[in-house]
Design a protein around this ligand. Structure first.
Ligand code: GTP
Ligand code: MG
Length: 287
């Protein structure tokens, strides 16, 4: 497979968002990085430290309902041993989100004491919610706030500006637009972000993306691919695997040629909605 996926995605609004995040982080007591449990490595923005300085940081592994539970547990331990606070959430159903406020109060207990020692008991704690596009930031905030405070939807780039959401309990959350970074140093990072839907599909070559995805899945979860597409897996070539799946489904264009674009779209959709099961594409580095 020679085709390269060249994914460069840093539109103008992200330049603005980045500036806005840096300016507002000064007002915040803590920063939450919402990451995608299916790609915990690729969904972490390497620029976060330089954007927000050394604020206390909480990692929210979201989409755990779509991720492989065994691998999620490994990532949890990995992040914990790296000194992060970690939560595991499914912001769609709300599972795992109810401990957020207590977790934040725990993380900021010294600060709370500092304020209360000075009689500033009513002082708001401000928490910035950061993450890649479409990861579930706004959904998470809505779950914690128990109302539709922030717009959430099934495509990247929905939240455009900042929005403060007051929880009415002394904590205020700041929703931010999904942010990527100007260059993916590692080609796999761009690919994984595209597979999971963090990068808008329109800027990508669908067939190449599909070929890369099926090859990746065959390497990591061969049984899931076999069960879903009923193809033989004795090939290392993504386009060949994709062709086999297209043939099996009878996806043809006029002239009898296989419709690989259609098969790619189906594969991407089925992967994203979880029809292949709970799959995680990245494992933590070994100690
Ligand atoms: N299965 C599943 N779906 C989720 C989860 N969290 C969010 N979603 C869905 O993912 C889509 C995107 O959610 P949003 O909350 O809008 O994501 P966002 O990070 O605010 O996106 P932008 O504002 O575009 O950056 C919505 O369709 C949500 O229902 C989750 O934990 N599991
Ligand atoms: Mg949003």
């Amino acid at each position: 497979m020679n085709e390269q996926l060249n994914i460069q995605w840093f539109p103008g609004h992200m330049v603005k968002a980045r500036r806005m995040i840096t300016e507002n982080s000064r007002l915040c007591d803590a920063v939450c990085e919402v990451i995608d449990a299916r790609i915990p490595y690729s969904s972490r923005n390497p620029e976060v430290p330089q954007l927000v300085g050394d604020k206390p940081r909480l990692i929210i592994m979201n989409r755990v309902d779509q991720a492989d539970p065994t691998v999620t547990a490994k990532w949890r331990e990995y992040f914990k041993s790296a000194g992060f606070y970690v939560m595991e959430t499914d912001a769609k159903s709300g599972k795992g989100t109810s401990s957020f406020q207590n977790t934040i109060r725990g993380i900021l207990k010294d600060k709370i004491k500092y304020y209360s020692d000075r009689g500033q008991t009513g002082r708001l704690l401000r928490v910035m919610i950061l993450g890649i596009p479409n990861v579930g930031k706004s959904s998470f905030i809505n779950r914690v706030a128990k109302r539709r405070a922030a717009e959430a939807s099934d495509r990247p780039g929905v939240t455009r500006g900042k929005q403060w959401i007051n929880l009415g309990s002394g904590i205020e959350m700041m929703d931010t637009p999904g942010l990527l970074w100007p260059k993916f140093e590692d080609k796999l990072v761009g690919e994984h972000l595209a597979f999971t839907g963090a990068v808008r599909d329109e800027i990508l070559d669908t067939e190449t993306l599909g070929a890369h995805l099926i090859k990746t899945l065959v390497q990591l979860y061969p049984n899931a691919v076999e069960a879903r597409y009923k193809i033989s897996l004795d090939s290392e070539d993504g386009f060949e695997l994709l062709s086999r799946a297209a043939r099996k489904r009878g996806f043809l264009i006029s002239g009898g040629e296989l419709d690989l674009e259609r098969m790619s779209n189906v594969l991407l959709d089925e992967f994203r909605v979880g029809k292949l099961g709970r799959l995680t594409l990245e494992v933590p580095p070994e100690e």
